[in-house]
Design a protein around this ligand. Structure first.
Ligand code: HEC
Ligand code: HEC
Ligand code: HEC
Length: 114
């Protein structure tokens, strides 16, 4: 009985500690906005990156530090690199996740080209 109680309490503490560390880790949605000028020229808006959703599907270590530096704004993500399979393009290649031509899935306010 005492052992079960200890396990239950330990698990509870572990869950609280994990939740706390995720919040401290800056999870949530992250606005990626290092290239305001060229996005404006191309007619696409900012990118709201769904960090929590991504972290539910993929281990932290898959992305950090090999694909992304673990600091908001520290990665010079651009479409040339994305198209060559770096950054978001490491997965958004039409095989692991939706491909790069779905501009409006990542960018807000995409001007429709006719
Ligand atoms: C999988 C997500 C994703 C998709 C799909 C995507 N982008 Fe991006 N794009 C980004 C991210 C992230 C950045 C970096 C934003 C920043 O730092 O301002 C970016 C940056 C840009 C930039 C500014 C940097 C540069 O390379 O000039 C332009 C312009 C751009 N995207 C256009 C597009 C267009 C047009 C499409 C569709 C053909 C597209 N993007 C599709 C994620 C995406
Ligand atoms: C699918 C890729 C991916 C996964 C998985 C992922 N991250 Fe991130 N993480 C990112 C991107 C992209 C950014 C934004 C980087 C930027 O702004 O240049 C980021 C940013 C961060 C930041 C900086 C936040 C800030 O406000 O400065 C921390 C801390 C972080 N991640 C921790 C984690 C932890 C902990 C996990 C696992 C629970 C995780 N990440 C999982 C892609 C990922
Ligand atoms: C480690 C692989 C990986 C990387 C790197 C990655 N994604 Fe994703 N992303 C996924 C998967 C898997 C899905 C879910 C399947 C789908 O929607 O095609 C997804 C879904 C999304 C969605 C749909 C909303 C959601 O979260 O379900 C958006 C928007 C998105 N990604 C944007 C980005 C942007 C922007 C970047 C770069 C900053 C990025 N992703 C980097 C794997 C990745």
């Amino acid at each position: 009985m005492k052992l079960i109680l200890t396990v239950v309490i330990a698990t509870f503490i572990a869950i609280i500690a994990q939740t706390g560390s995720l919040q401290a880790a800056g999870l949530g949605d992250i606005e990626i906005d290092n290239h305001a000028e060229s996005k404006k020229e191309a007619g696409v808006g900012t990118v709201i990156y769904t960090h929590t959703q991504h972290a539910k599907r993929t281990k932290c270590a898959t992305c950090h530090p090999s694909i992304f530096k673990k600091e908001k704004g520290a990665n010079q993500i651009n479409m040339g690199a994305n198209m060559q399979g770096e950054y978001c393009g490491a997965c958004h290649n039409g095989m692991m996740a939706f491909p790069m031509f779905h501009c409006d899935k990542c960018h807000t306010d995409v001007i429709q080209v006719k």
